[in-house]
Write a new protein. Structure first.
Length: 141
């Protein structure tokens, strides 16, 4: 096999869960080869470097071999090499550590654990002398 569709290869390498998701990522410009956005039907060749943007990280993979069928996870390293820079992988750690602090609007309520952490944080501020009573004491007369 000398060529295969890029959307099919991304799905077979388990980068995307379904081929439909891989196709849509290509259409949205999240998949590039050599810095150029590609269409889902673009033929992929051995030795090319594929960049996949899954916010907040951009993954880079070098094609070692081509395949049309989905592989078991243990076989994937024989067909591709993950060459993602360490700086990109460090972004994942930052996102995991930030937890509920970086919660975007619309993501729902904090989890039980996040609620406890928030309560502990506000209690520690109260112990340090911060007053969360926003009513002015002079107005109460």
């Amino acid at each position: 096999m000398s060529e295969t569709r890029i959307d099919k290869w991304l799905w077979a390498m388990r980068i995307f869960k379904t081929r439909t998701i891989a196709t849509e990522a290509c259409k949205k410009g999240r998949v590039t080869v050599g810095g150029t956005p590609v269409k889902p039907s673009r033929p992929l060749k051995v030795g090319e470097v594929v960049d996949v943007r899954k916010p907040p990280v951009t993954y880079s993979f070098r094609v070692k071999a081509l395949v049309n069928n989905r592989l078991g996870a243990k076989l994937v390293p024989e067909y591709m090499e993950n060459i993602t820079p360490q700086s990109q992988l460090d972004l994942l750690d930052v996102v995991k550590i930030s937890g509920f602090i970086d919660r975007r609007k619309g993501l729902g309520r904090p989890t039980k654990r996040e609620g406890r952490e928030l309560a502990n944080f506000t209690d520690s501020l109260a112990d340090d002398g911060w007053d969360f009573d926003f009513l002015d004491d002079e107005d109460e007369d």
